[in-house]
Design a protein around this ligand. Structure first.
Ligand SMILES: C[S@@+](CC[C@H](N)C(=O)[O-])C[C@H]1O[C@@H](n2cnc3c(N)ncnc32)[C@H](O)[C@@H]1O
Length: 276
């Protein structure tokens, strides 16, 4: 069924449009936009959050993939000449080009079908970001904030916490959207660390270690990381090889990655660490 803009929500673009004014207001209050901020919204859709931010920050920029929404947004916001629409795929969009004199504030009710790869894409650009506020599937927010031992602890949470402070804010039920999604949602704030608390010597090695470990999350570290690290190397770091990947902290993963990076550089950098 089409909405009043003659646009039909598309599942393949993860379109669930916010319509609850109370929720929209609460989200914008959490973002707390300022007129001087450089704000980028991912997936403005029909402009529910866009409208509220534009009223405070008329230089808002948006990145929208659905070309049928572009004329709807242009018409709705014609009286904001500095409002900029990038018709593009956020998954390959270079956000860093928008950070000119100020770091970016990135916001969005993200398309849930691509939220994990999109967050990884944004984490890679965290150096030019002041903060990010996202509506996500509640389970994804739990994964972002998970600590060792949690069921949801894994690659997403570890890499998000490597780059950012993760603050879950509040939950939103399906009734706030049209069409209503089948899952609960939540708002999260990600604030990139000014200085990384656990900097790795080589980021790619850290990413490869974490990925390899959680590809076999039910196995012991001895087995899960067997192709990369020996039992002796784990023991030299005081890490029990009988633990499971979910038991190690971010700091532990960085220690393993640093040991591998040291071995690699001692070997003249010839050992390739895969990052697929
Ligand atoms: C969950 S809807 C949110 C819409 C609106 N912000 C709201 O809250 O009502 C997700 C939005 O992201 C857009 N979108 C989906 N995939 C995208 C992509 N790869 N890049 C940019 N926008 C995308 C959709 O077209 C849609 O507008």
């Amino acid at each position: 069924m089409s909405n009043q803009h003659g646009h039909k929500a598309r599942k393949r673009f993860g379109q669930n449009f916010l319509h609850d004014p109370g929720v929209i207001e609460k989200i914008v209050r959490s973002i707390n936009p300022k007129p001087e901020d450089v704000i980028v919204e991912i997936g403005p859709g029909l402009g529910a959050i866009t409208e509220e931010i534009l009223a405070i920050n008329p230089r808002l920029q948006v990145v929208e993939l659905d070309r049928d929404l572009i004329p709807v947004l242009r018409t709705k916001f014609f009286n904001y000449p500095d409002f900029k629409i990038h018709e593009a795929d956020a998954l390959s969009f270079d956000f860093s080009q928008l950070a000119t004199d100020r770091p970016l504030r990135i916001v969005g009710n993200l398309p849930y079908n691509i939220s994990t790869p999109l967050i990884f894409h944004l984490l890679a650009q965290a150096g030019v970001v002041q903060d990010m506020h996202f509506m996500l599937q509640k389970e994804v927010v739990q994964r972002l904030a998970a600590v060792p031992g949690d069921n949801n602890y894994g690659r997403l949470g570890i890499m998000a916490q490597y780059f950012c402070k993760v603050q879950p804010l509040f939950e939103v039920g399906p009734g706030a959207f049209r069409p209503a999604p089948k899952v609960d949602s939540a708002i999260v704030r990600l604030v990139p660390h000014k200085e990384l608390p656990h900097p790795a010597k080589d980021l790619k090695t850290l990413q490869a270690v974490v990925r390899t470990a959680f590809n076999a999350r039910r196995k012991t570290l001895r087995k899960a990381l067997g192709a990369m690290v020996t039992v002796e190397q784990l023991q030299s770091l005081d890490i029990n090889d009988g633990l499971r990947p979910e038991n190690l902290s971010l700091a532990d993963y960085v220690r393993i990655a640093d040991l591998l990076a040291d071995v690699k550089s001692a070997n003249g950098g010839t050992e390739e660490v895969s990052n697929d």
